[in-house]
Design a protein. Structure first.
Length: 115
């Protein structure tokens, strides 16, 4: 399945390939504030449709996750990082995908604050 996603104003747009079998809600200091529902995919399943330079990027703490957001509308469509094996992954905020029934996606609550 191919999904299309974007920020609110469209300055950041992308396509992502895969099957959404669940999403993660995290209570760490940034996820709690963003309210995103994350779906993790290998980074190569994500294709940006807009220039990388149109996104702003926020990092904090160990600087290992790049939290991308739109500098115009402020929406956070996805982040990038690596899994424990060192593979590049993207954390897609499924709230930014088109044509998705959010209520049908099982949500797992992750205690990121405890890390
Ligand atoms: Zn925007």
């Amino acid at each position: 399945m191919n999904y299309r996603g974007s920020c609110h104003c469209g300055q950041v747009a992308f396509e992502v390939e895969g099957r959404i079998d669940g999403a993660m809600a995290c209570n760490c200091s940034i996820c709690q504030r963003k309210g995103s529902l994350m779906w993790f995919v290998p980074r190569d399943q994500l294709t940006l449709l807009t220039p990388q330079s149109q996104m702003a990027t926020y990092t904090f703490n160990k600087q290992v996750i790049q939290h991308h957001f739109c500098p115009t509308c402020g929406i956070h469509p996805f982040g990038e990082g690596t899994d424990p094996k060192g593979n590049a992954v993207a954390a897609i905020n499924i709230r930014c995908l088109e044509g998705i029934d959010l209520a049908a996606v099982p949500v797992k609550h992750f205690d990121g604050r405890a890390l």
